[in-house]
Design a binder for this molecule. Structure first.
Ligand code: SAM
Ligand code: SF4
Ligand code: SF4
Length: 332
């Protein structure tokens, strides 16, 4: 088994397929930074679907079992169902999922499901139009996301919901959010993280998961669930009606010790941590004619050398100044 320097296996691969997005969430791509003049990755530099499939096959050969498509907003990538059917055809892939803001699901969910996508995680931070509109930077209504969630469910896709919690921004109505969304699938509350370099993160704007849990428990008793597998990032609970709640405590209870994820950007740069400053270019060798064996050897060496544990080191000297990859390049 391929293990990194801390004995962590390579199990998950997140594939970012674009750095573009149709929202401007303040915690990810704030509109004042990602404005009309922002230079996105040139389309010609994006990995083609053939290239993504080829790399994904090599990763699966090295132990990856789960693939997650992300972005930017992955549904903006043209012909996305074609990529899904290529990835679904790789023997050894046990789970094929996508993280999305849901806006384009009414148009795409059926084709994605037919192509072999199993599940979507849809991000929705508030059911209050004012609050959600402010958080997504463009005034988009939560109803648009709910329409996407409903389309996904109608198409037969599994649905989970991700909510990023920012203290003083969307934490006033967490129980209403939980009550409103739990019918659709597991809801996961994520601590606001210091990803990228532009979201103005500070510890005061993090609402610790412990506090989220205390507030949600006001809506009814919650029973802790045992982890289903290694590398599971959410601590899970169930309410009395069987709805599932997850807490992702990346800041207050880091889970680096179990981090089995690699991330490939839309231009083929491999990152071994969400907070990495630098990645490893795989597109260069791929396009220079490297064989599968060469690429496999490179990926193997990168993973074997991996020592990342940023979230556990966050408060150590020097880390606050670190320049990190943007979330829109590697997709969370
Ligand atoms: N555009 C898609 C979406 O929003 O679901 C996929 C990409 S997005 C970068 C992936 C996930 O990262 C989303 O659930 C988003 O809410 C989360 N995210 C982005 N910035 C974050 C931050 N600063 N802290 C915590 N989660 C964040
Ligand atoms: Fe776009 Fe997703 Fe980032 Fe929001 S979190 S700006 S939807 S990529
Ligand atoms: Fe994994 Fe890096 Fe997050 Fe730690 S900080 S859990 S190593 S991605």
């Amino acid at each position: 088994m391929l293990l990194d320097q801390w004995g962590r296996p390579l199990r998950d691969l997140r594939l970012s397929v674009t750095d573009r997005c149709n929202l401007r969430c303040t915690y990810c791509m704030p509109a004042e930074v990602f404005g009309p003049d922002h230079a996105f990755l040139p389309r010609a530099e994006l990995l083609s679907f053939e290239e993504i499939e080829r790399l994904a096959r090599i990763f699966v050969g090295l132990g990856v079992e789960k693939l997650r498509i992300t972005g930017g907003e992955p549904t903006l990538r043209r012909d996305l169902p074609d990529l899904i059917s290529r990835l679904a055809g790789i023997a050894g892939v046990r789970d094929l999922a996508m993280t999305t803001n849901g806006l384009l699901l009414p148009r795409l969910a059926g084709d994605l499901k037919a192509a072999g996508l199993a599940r979507v995680t849809v991000s929705l931070d508030s059911l209050d139009p004012q609050v959600f509109g402010q958080m997504n930077g463009l005034g988009v209504s939560p109803q648009k996301v709910l329409d996407g969630i409903e389309a996904a469910l109608r198409a037969g896709l599994g649905v989970k919901i991700n909510t990023v919690v920012k203290r003083g921004v969307n934490d006033a109505h967490l129980t209403e959010l939980w009550r409103g969304l739990r019918e659709f699938g597991p809801v996961r509350f994520i601590e606001f993280m210091d990803v990228g370099n532009h979201n103005g993160w500070n510890m005061d704007s993090v609402l610790p998961s412990g506090e989220v849990l205390a507030r949600l428990a006001e809506a009814g008793p919650l029973t802790p669930l045992a982890p289903a597998q290694r590398g599971e990032v959410a601590t899970r609970y169930r309410d009395t009606e069987g709805h599932e709640l997850g807490l992702i405590s990346s800041v207050t209870a880091p889970f680096c010790g179990d981090c089995t994820r690699a991330r490939l950007s839309a231009v083929g740069v491999l990152y071994t941590c969400l907070f990495a400053g630098q990645g490893h270019d795989l597109r260069g060798p791929l396009q220079a004619g490297a064989s599968d064996t060469d690429l496999r050897g490179q990926i193997q060496a990168i993973w074997q050398g991996r020592r990342d544990r940023y979230s556990e080191e966050r408060s150590e000297a020097g880390n606050a100044e670190r320049v990190k990859v943007e979330m829109s390049h590697i997709g969370g």
